[in-house]
Design a protein around this ligand. Structure first.
Ligand code: PRX
Length: 681
């Protein structure tokens, strides 16, 4: 097998022949792959060509360099794209479209959950971003400063994100569902000077407090100088004079003229926190020129009308919350860099009724609808027989999913009812680390395999390998690695270079492969099927959570002495979290005594702990079940056997457990589960 080690720039000639190995972008060439041979043979030239689609104030002198981690002694790898090039990311997403005469084109169709609507043209977006950029400068934010953005899906979130990019500062968006503790961690880890938030947000048909959480997160020690507050719900909020500033006062009154400076291509653009295998989330650092290149190119390739003359009629809708990487790339940077029109929706999909998404699709004439398998399963549950006749979703030309593998039944439902049985479905596999889609069927593929993320996109390369880095044969479970990452790849873990090396580059340092942490297998066509995480990361409703983080949250409660968290199959969320907890002896005997007369005490332990996890991390991390057990199974080195916990919960065969440190724990767990079953029967 040929392994590519960069810098390729210094290699003499592009290779015109396809590389060997089944998982290559164009093992199945088709007309929508632009220039397939070149994308295979010379990834660097491919990305250079893609980067030329952007506006650069100064061209780059070196397309790409890669200093790998190995061989021994290992060092933190260094990736660079477009060195010497200078550009402004926000200008590329906004101003250049206005300059090209598209100022009147709608950039955003915003729909709030209560039904308020606002269309924002590219010309208006430019004015708003300029105002926000001037306001940031007035608040003392400059190049390299960090701004944490804790906002719902409203236009101001996109405006401030672009404004941060425009002045060369670094944004980190935090999902509104995260707790004050989670927000505090991100504010402290980034050392942010500014937090941008709102008074509240609309969610599930009512107003939800946001500012209160923001206040709790920045209370006490932090580098935060100001909290900029968008008025969204008009709710009463606490106010810290001097620190807190209203958006409408600071941004609303700022000049809408702003001269943008160009920044080096490797200027940090954003920090995306994601769960890893330890208790602490890691902040993946993404930079400017390479990330924007891949976001723009892959958006065009996957979602734009294949006929450029028809693209003005495209209306894209990525349903992700703006804080997730999915939205960064396919709701903020990718669509805007292409001058696309898109929908952003603040609320939940079933408010006021489960047909809300169909209504939105019809209202705006959505052509590409990109969502998560969990939402598809929810829609399928609400409308098993398809979409009610009074909705018209015939504008849809293409469907996409991301975040987890989609169950074939949900895929079939999705394509039949939202895609008229014929729309292409792009099942895009990627991660916060890769910055953009890596594996996906092509929109122009003749046939689609439900649940299969297929093969690398042009300009990228991936392999499924065994522990020695040797490619596995079809049907054999292996580890998905990237031997040809794209320019959007995360460059670092913020403040922790060692973790970047250890998490991603150490295991296959000899080969220079990037470890994705996902298991996968090839089918007979050489296409990849993703089999889920191979580490202690859980994927619930497409959200990535760390089992250790949840266990730490449980153990931080005075009732709990030990906890093991496992992921079990769930028809709606794909996977659900089940927590096995060992209570402190005094708590356990009190609970046991109460349970002898009633099951309520045990239930309340479960409720207390679920609420505690929601408060520590956020409601998305809440276990769906809490099982009180006498002990959790561990290896001789003390590692909790989470897979065994899943097997026990699901009643699956457990294999050989003789090497456990405490094999007797199994009987206790089995008894607790049997008791639970009896009680809930
Ligand atoms: O396990 C894979 C799963 O989601 C993980 C990445 O999560 P995150 O960094 O939060 O980014 C999600 C959105 C890009 C991956 O390691 N995953 C993502 N997409 C798919 C998937 N699993 C199967 N099929 C997919 N299409």
């Amino acid at each position: 097998m040929t392994t590519h080690h960069f810098p390729v720039d210094q290699h003499p000639a592009p290779q015109p022949t396809p590389l060997p190995g089944p998982l290559r972008p164009d093992s199945n060439p088709n007309p929508t792959d632009s220039n397939p041979t070149r994308s295979n043979g010379d990834r660097v030239a491919f990305w250079a060509e893609a980067a030329r689609e952007l506006d650069w104030e100064q061209p780059w002198h070196t397309t790409h360099t890669f200093e790998p981690a190995g061989p021994q002694p290992l060092s933190v790898p260094k990736i660079q794209w477009f060195a010497g090039g200078r550009l402004n990311v926000a200008v590329n997403c906004v101003d250049r479209h206005v300059a090209a005469g598209h100022g009147a084109r709608t950039a955003l169709y915003f729909e709030g959950e209560p039904g308020d609507r606002r269309a924002i043209s590219y010309a208006e977006l430019q004015q708003e971003v300029c105002r926000a950029a001037n306001a940031l400068t007035a608040l003392g934010i400059g190049k390299g400063d960090r701004v944490v953005i804790y906002l719902p899906v409203i236009p101001e979130t996109i405006i401030i994100t672009l404004a941060v990019a425009r002045i060369g500062a670094i944004h980190s968006l935090v999902f509104g569902g995260f707790s004050a503790e989670s927000l505090r961690f991100r504010v402290e880890d980034t050392g942010a000077k500014l937090l941008v938030t709102s008074d509240g947000q609309y969610r599930r048909g009512s107003t939800v407090e946001v500012k209160t959480t923001a206040d709790a997160a920045v209370a006490g020690q932090s580098a935060i100088e100001h909290v900029l507050v968008v008025r969204r719900t008009g709710s009463a909020i606490d106010w810290t004079p001097g620190r807190d500033r209203w958006w409408h006062d600071v941004v609303g009154t700022a000049s809408d003229v702003h001269a943008a400076e160009a920044f080096d291509a490797e200027t940090p653009l954003f920090i995306m926190y994601t769960s890893g295998t330890t208790g602490k989330p890691k902040g993946l650092l993404h930079t400017s020129g390479g990330y924007l290149t891949q976001a723009a190119q892959s958006f065009r390739f996957l979602f734009s009308n294949p006929d450029p003359a028809q693209r003005a009629a495209d209306v894209h809708w990525c349903t992700a919350d703006l804080a997730w990487v999915t939205a960064h790339t396919y709701e903020i940077y990718g669509p805007l860099a292409n001058g696309a029109s898109q929908v952003i929706y603040e609320g939940t999909p079933n408010v006021p009724d489960p047909g809300r998404h169909f209504e939105i699709i019809e209202r705006y004439g959505v052509t590409s609808y990109y969502t998560a398998p969990t939402l598809v399963r929810a829609l399928m549950g609400w409308f098993p027989d398809g979409i009610p006749a009074h909705h018209n979703v015939s504008s849809i030309r293409l469907l996409g999913t991301v975040g987890e593998a989609i169950n074939p039944a949900a895929w079939q439902w999705f394509r039949a009812h939202l895609g008229a049985g014929t729309a292409p479905v792009v099942d895009t596999w990627w991660q916060s680390e890769t910055g953009a889609a890596v594996l996906s069927p092509r929109p122009g593929d003749a046939a689609f395999k439900p649940g299969c993320a297929s093969r690398p996109l042009p300009g990228l390369s991936a392999l499924i390998v065994d522990d020695d880095g040797v490619q596995v044969p079809p049907g054999v479970h292996g580890s998905l690695v990237l031997d040809g990452p794209g320019p959007g790849m995360a460059r670092a873990v913020w403040g922790n270079p060692q973790r970047y090396l250890d998490s991603y580059w150490r295991q296959y340092a000899a080969q220079g492969y990037f470890l994705t942490g996902d298991g996968a297998k090839y089918d007979d066509d050489g296409h990849a099927w993703i089999l889920g995480r191979t580490d202690d990361v859980l994927n619930v409703s497409g959200h990535r959570l760390s089992s250790i983080e949840i266990e730490s949250a449980l153990v931080s409660h005075p009732l709990v002495v030990e906890a093991g968290v496992a992921s079990v199959a769930d028809p709606l969320t794909g996977h659900a979290i089940v927590a096995f907890v060992v209570l402190r002896p005094e708590a356990a005997s009190a609970a046991a005594a109460a349970a002898a007369s009633s099951v309520n005490a045990v239930r309340s332990v479960s409720e207390i702990l679920r609420a505690h996890v929601a408060q520590q991390i956020g409601p998305i991390a809440k276990p769906s079940a809490v099982v009180v057990v006498p002990d959790v199974p561990k290896t001789r080195s003390g590692k909790i056997l989470r897979r065994l916990l899943s097997q026990l919960y699901e009643g699956a065969p457990t294999g050989d457990t003789a090497s456990l440190q405490n094999a007797t724990s199994i009987a206790g767990i089995t008894a607790a589960l049997a008791q639970r079953k009896k009680e809930t029967a």
